[in-house]
Design a protein around this ligand. Structure first.
Ligand SMILES: Cc1cc2nc3c(=O)[nH]c(=O)nc-3n(C[C@H](O)[C@H](O)[C@H](O)COP(=O)(O)O)c2cc1C
Ligand SMILES: CC(C)CC(=O)C(=O)O
Length: 363
């Protein structure tokens, strides 16, 4: 299992995941232009390796919001892990803990926050959507702190759900045996109701997501939890500067894996302007199309402090449970360390923009 690349996991996972669940995971919005752009941006970057540097020891360790991690590669929030493995997020958390890696748990996790936190040695962050039911958010924010989560991650790119044509064509609804157990069943009912709309997920989001979220609302969340608030879904310098001004503890450069605004900029292309605007005021993470240690190295060179894996997490969980998740993280981290050595960069401090030849913005 250890030698499997993310693409191999994808092939294996596809063979065992039911077709409509596969489409839910794999799909993006609209023409899936942004899904393709995310991976194309990594493939287009070229590296400037240095030689005659002592790389006999390579260190991938990083500190993020006061937590020491063995790897800058973590797991992005993805909903409903029990769709692909009976143990769901408990297995994912165990896999991440084995590698001392960050796991961002989704608001729509299919296991309780308390069960997920139990085996985890690595830091957990909890992702939230801005729901009209503000009490539900406040309750989760409190529970997350009590369960030992280290940060809240507000997804700010989802005033409504992107138009995911695969889910619409499949009339996709989440299997009733898999539930977002951290929220009241009544709040989540539409997600399971094939009559709710062509995509039950879109119908559910239309009912429950609050599209009125603005910067002014962040204070409300920060007052309700002692945990730092991270913003996920930042793609421009303007929003990065606003995030810092409104006290974001970190930002995640993300286009939601190409599942929200189709045609949105590839995350790797957005990263430099966000890093420049943040100017060291808080950590910058990035997700979208990261599939290898080389991809991680490129993002880190362009100023990211860490990268997150979305779809590969689900491929690994589906095919190998907690060991599969640990193997994925170890493989990508080993791959990163290997490329750091060959690039003459023994620690993440040495990984900077000079490592990248040129990144074109027009693609
Ligand atoms: C199946 C699936 C479910 C997702 N669920 C959530 C979610 O509940 N909350 C969220 O903020 N992002 C969600 N995302 C987006 C991921 O956090 C992440 O931004 C994206 O998957 C990264 O791109 P990648 O899949 O190319 O690695 C989801 C993505 C996928 C593929
Ligand atoms: C259940 C969904 C709203 C989660 C998801 O598919 C996403 O955020 O992309």
């Amino acid at each position: 299992m250890t030698d499997l690349r993310a693409d191999d996991l994808r092939t294996l996972a596809r063979q065992q995941i039911p077709a409509e669940v596969w489409d839910f995971i794999e799909g993006g919005s609209g023409d899936e232009l942004t899904v393709a752009a995310n991976t194309a941006a990594f493939a287009a970057a070229r590296l400037r390796p240095r030689v005659m540097v002592d790389v006999s020891a390579v260190d991938t360790g990083v500190t993020l919001l006061d937590a020491r991690l063995d790897t800058p590669v973590g797991l992005a929030p993805t909903a409903y892990h029990q769709l692909v493995h009976p143990d769901g997020e408990v297995a994912t958390a165990a896999g991440a803990a084995k590698e001392n890696a960050l796991f961002v748990v989704a608001m729509f996790a299919s296991r309780t926050l308390e069960d997920i936190a139990a085996p985890a040695a690595g830091p957990l962050w909890l992702q939230l959507y801005w729901l009209r039911d503000r009490d539900a958010i406040a309750r989760l924010a409190r529970r997350a702190a009590a369960a030992g989560f280290a940060a809240l991650v507000l997804a700010v790119d989802a005033p409504r759900l992107g138009r995911r044509l695969r889910d619409i064509r499949n009339r996709f609804a989440v299997d009733g045996r898999v539930r977002a157990v951290n929220l009241d069943a009544s709040l989540m009912a539409a997600s399971h109701d094939r009559q709710a709309g062509a995509s039950a997920l879109a119908a559910h989001a239309a009912q429950t997501f609050d599209a009125s979220l603005t910067w002014a609302d962040l204070a409300w969340l920060r007052e309700r939890s002692p945990l730092p608030v991270v913003l996920k879904g930042i793609l421009t310098a303007e929003d990065a500067a606003a995030a810092v001004a409104h006290g974001a503890a970190a930002v995640i450069v993300s286009n939601h894996g190409g599942r929200q605004l189709d045609g949105a900029v590839a995350t790797l292309d957005a990263l430099p302007e966000v890093v420049e605007a943040v100017d060291g005021a808080c950590p910058v993470l990035v997700d979208g199309g990261v599939r290898s240690g080389r991809d991680a190295l490129i993002a880190l060179a362009l100023g990211a402090d860490a990268v997150l894996l979305g779809r590969p997490t689900l491929w690994a969980l589906a095919t190998g449970g907690s060991d599969g998740v640990a193997d994925l993280l170890r493989h990508v981290t080993d791959d990163l360390a290997h490329d750091m050595a060959l690039a003459g960069r023994p620690s993440l401090r040495d990984v900077d923009r000079r490592l990248i030849r040129a990144v074109t913005n027009a693609r």
